[in-house]
Design a protein around this ligand. Structure first.
Ligand SMILES: [Zn+2]
Length: 286
């Protein structure tokens, strides 16, 4: 009897988890400070909204029409100003697929390499959906190289590029008055960092890029696409953890361990990251 009830409880939890995957929690806007909000839930990564004097800037676009509509509905509850800018922090689908559901009057902005990456083949080698001419209006039309400043009335929003890492085109959206930075997927906490080597991402550059970010910005809060808000210390811890992983893989390679032997020394969920680091170290040797 006990076993049967445990079985049913397990079944209930699995189906609940499945249902949750099917229909995510509706999008909500959580106030950070002043007119700055974090965009939570819906399908796709976390993002941001800033309501300026004469227009609104959105950071990342969610992944489906429903989630974009929910985001716009939530914005409309707070303001009737137009959504002037949508910034894509990088080219991953959970941050950019929703672009096509934004008003056609919204200017889409990204780092120049993010725009390029959208046209690259997918991880499995199949062609990018962005080659579809219907999507051309929703590819970022305004790009930058090192830094860009966007003014919403008297309010300045800074877009920074600190280098290659998670991809080749990760932008940081920085609000200097609030000391708040939106960093896309450049720091994961509680799960292995993604480094998209098929897009040109690199874990050793990632460490340098994040170090440059901490040196350059006086940000105190870092909003990530898939983690709760991070302190400077948490970003520094992430950098240190990456360096520790790299050192450990390096030592194992020096002992002539194969990729599979190296992977066995780490947690199962770190496998993909370990393989990336392994391949980078082998490339560095050659
Ligand atoms: Zn993401």
């Amino acid at each position: 009897m006990k076993i049967i009830s445990i079985y049913f409880i397990l079944l209930l939890f699995t189906s609940l988890a499945f249902a949750q995957q099917q229909t995510p929690q509706p999008v909500s806007l959580q106030n950070i400070v002043g007119n700055l909000y974090e965009v939570l839930d819906g399908r796709g990564a976390r993002g941001g909204v800033f309501i300026g004097q004469n227009g609104i800037l959105v950071i990342d676009s969610k992944q489906d029409e429903n989630s974009v509509q929910q985001t716009i509905d939530e914005i409309n509850k707070l303001s009737d100003k137009p959504i002037k800018y949508l910034v894509n922090t990088h080219s991953d689908g959970d941050h950019v697929t929703g672009n096509q559901f934004f008003p056609s009057t919204t200017t889409i902005v990204s780092h120049e390499n993010c725009r390029k990456e959208l046209f690259l083949s997918k991880r499995d080698g199949s062609p990018s959906d962005w080659n579809n001419s219907g999507l051309l209006s929703f590819v970022p039309s305004l790009t930058f190289h090192d830094k860009m400043e966007i003014y919403l009335g008297s309010k300045k929003v800074e877009l920074w590029y600190f280098g290659i890492g998670h991809t080749t085109g990760d932008a940081v959206v920085y609000f200097p008055d609030e000391k708040v930075a939106f960093i896309g997927d450049q720091v994961f906490v509680g799960r292995a960092q993604l480094i998209h080597s098929y897009k040109g991402g690199n874990s050793f550059e990632h460490v340098k890029t994040l170090t440059r970010m901490l040196e350059t910005l006086e940000a105190e809060k870092f909003y990530s696409g898939h983690s709760d808000v991070l302190t400077r210390e948490a970003v520094q811890n992430h950098i240190n953890e990456m360096k520790t992983l790299q050192e450990k893989v390096k030592t194992l390679i020096e002992k002539n361990k194969t990729l599979d032997e190296v992977k066995n020394e780490f947690e199962k969920d770190q496998e993909r990251l370990i393989e990336v680091i392994f391949n980078e170290l082998i490339d560095q040797k050659n």
